[in-house]
Design a protein around this ligand. Structure first.
Ligand SMILES: [Zn+2]
Ligand SMILES: [Zn+2]
Ligand SMILES: [Zn+2]
Length: 232
């Protein structure tokens, strides 16, 4: 492995570490652990090129003190949910289906493919795959985005099964600035924007604040992700 490659992120082929990787940050703790092990990185500092046994970084997990990074500490599934980035948008397929319908989008650069779930077999045969779709935000900052999506039938794209408590978010971010006004409620994803399709929609870097999920601005508005408390 050459010097340059040693510091290239294997997820997005950009020169940054997992600690500074937007794709990595969005993975659940167990998925992060699997990614680090897959690329033979260090579970303690998330660096590449050495293993935990030779890690120069002394700090362990801030939750349990074991030799893994705090980001890899397992979720407490009885209390926490891993919230994923979603947006509610109006979607239409130019030339095929001009009447916009409201859909929920999952934004996740860890998916290689982008896909559109069409629900019923009669629709399924109508559309070519990949299909060109136009997505328009439903909040006040109206922006449209065109993507090419694979057409899939009932791919079981499910959001968290538990509602989460996010009053903290609603205090800080005004409702009209939030990409998915129902982001804390369980529901189905109709569209997945994976690696290539999601690149064009991020605005700036994620904001990390104590007591809040990570906040990421997108052309559709603010989205939130990370470990959050389940609703009591
Ligand atoms: Zn990366
Ligand atoms: Zn290390
Ligand atoms: Zn831990």
């Amino acid at each position: 492995m050459s010097y340059n490659n040693a510091f290239k992120c294997p997820l997005c082929h950009t020169r940054h570490s997992f600690r500074h990787c937007r794709s990595f940050l969005q993975a659940t703790p167990s998925a992060k652990d699997a990614i680090v092990r897959k690329y033979q990185g260090c579970v303690n500092c998330l660096g590449l090129g050495h293993r935990v046994i030779t890690c120069p970084w002394n700090e362990g997990c801030r939750v349990c003190n074991l030799a893994h990074h705090t980001w890899l500490h397992p979720l407490d599934v009885n209390r926490e949910v891993w919230l994923r980035m979603t947006a509610e948008v109006m979607m239409h397929l130019p030339g095929l289906d001009e009447t916009p319908r409201k859909v929920r989008v999952l934004i996740d650069p860890l998916y290689d493919e982008s896909s559109l779930e069409l629900g019923s077999p009669s629709n399924f045969v109508m559309y070519p795959s990949p299909a060109t779709v136009v997505l328009t935000s439903t909040n006040n900052n109206v922006r449209t985005y065109t993507a090419k999506l694979n057409v899939e039938l009932e791919s079981e794209l499910l959001s968290p099964r538990h509602a989460v408590d996010l009053q903290c978010v609603k205090k800080v971010y005004p409702k009209k600035a939030i990409a998915d006004p129902h982001f804390e409620t369980p529901g189905k994803y109709n569209v997945v924007l994976g690696k290539s399709a999601s690149n064009g929609i991020f605005l700036g870097l994620p904001i990390i604040e104590p007591g809040m999920p990570y906040a990421q601005n997108t052309i559709f508005g603010w989205t939130f992700f990370g470990d959050v408390a389940r609703k009591k």
